[in-house]
Write a protein that binds this ligand. Structure first.
Ligand SMILES: Cc1ncc(COP(=O)(O)O)c(C=O)c1O
Length: 312
């Protein structure tokens, strides 16, 4: 694909900096450095093996949405892969705030990455003396606003979601190839997202979002036991946004046929926020647009993040 923006030449392995953008400051292991100086070893096991964890967090009008929940999930993910960060959760919270501030970002997307750190070429994590901690805060490219009115088409991926016993999808690990392979199915079908089923044939989630369906005025979403990431946006919809709009949410295992037969389907995620689904494979959903209840939830989500996004 053609890329019209100008880039500066840099050393091999360093992301070129687009001259059209201000140089970002990246927080890496306690230091704020220019983006063209933010380097990770080629022996880093995050790079060599996807050995690490991450978070994606949005900033709305200087407020870091659900920062506390994201930090807790980050540290839970670390625990689950036996990675011991060198910084406390409070230190990482401060570093996150500092990174957003120093880059003068009002609305932003934060990517927090902890890797196992550098080691040798073998798998053994004990050969990695210290983890590597990275916080990037950058501007976010929003989906075009039309998509929130029209909804998006999705497909059902052939590729099943990883079973919990192999690598629990509730750990937000750097190992996203399972999702990427399903995302390629979506791209090949000309759509943005794919619904993934678990090995028992129940719906788990999408490649980068959680899934909800609405039937007869009630909202349903798969439980964590279906093998999915416990999304922070998902939990906000379950605990607050759904019930406050008059729609309680029930967690239950869903067959794809049930989802296709629903009145409305929507997805949630830090990137996508809340977005309707207007087609699944060849089945047109909610008359080919965002359903009316989904539209209410989207409006409520946008109102809450615009006014005073909660940081808890
Ligand atoms: C696989 C997957 N499921 C669901 C989500 C949504 O989670 P959250 O709402 O915490 O962004 C994401 C995005 O982080 C994801 O990558």
């Amino acid at each position: 694909m053609a890329n019209s923006s100008t880039v500066t030449e840099t050393k091999p392995g360093i992301a070129p900096h687009k001259e059209t953008k201000p140089m970002l400051k990246i927080w890496i292991d306690g230091q704020l450095v220019d983006e063209d100086q933010a380097k990770v070893s080629v022996f880093d096991h995050g790079l060599l093996y996807g050995d690490g964890v991450f978070e994606g967090i949005r900033v709305y009008n200087h407020r870091i949405l659900k920062l506390d929940s994201h930090l807790k999930r980050m540290y839970r993910s670390c625990d689950r892969i036996f990675l011991k960060p060198s910084y406390t959760i409070e230190e990482i919270e401060q570093a996150t705030r500092q990174t957003v501030k120093v880059n003068k970002l009002k609305d932003a997307y934060i990517r927090m990455v902890f890797t196992r750190g550098f080691g040798d070429l073998g798998l053994d994590p004990r050969k990695c003396p210290r983890p590597c901690h990275i916080i990037i805060a950058d501007k976010i490219q929003l989906y075009p606003p039309e998509l929130y009115a029209t909804g998006i088409p999705v497909v059902v991926a052939e590729r099943p979601r990883l079973p919990i016993k192999c690598l629990d999808p509730s750990v937000k690990s750097l190992n996203y190839l399972n999702n990427i392979m399903a995302k390629i199915e979506a791209i090949e079908a000309g759509v943005l997202e794919a619904i993934m089923l678990n090995l028992d044939g129940f719906v788990s989630e999408c490649t980068g979002d959680n899934l909800f369906m609405i039937k007869d005025g009630k909202i349903y979403t798969p439980p964590l036991s279906a093998g999915l990431l416990g999304g922070i946006t998902r939990q906000w919809v379950i605990d607050d946004i759904g019930p406050d709009c008059g729609y309680p949410v029930t967690e239950k295992n869903l067959r794809i046929e049930e989802v296709m037969d629903a009145d409305e389907v929507f997805l949630t995620g830090s990137g996508a926020e809340v977005i309707g689904v207007n087609k699944i494979d060849e089945k047109v959903m909610s008359e080919g647009k965002t359903g009316p209840i989904t539209a209410k939830l989207i409006a409520e989500f946008k109102r809450r993040v615009a006014e005073n996004a909660p940081e808890d």
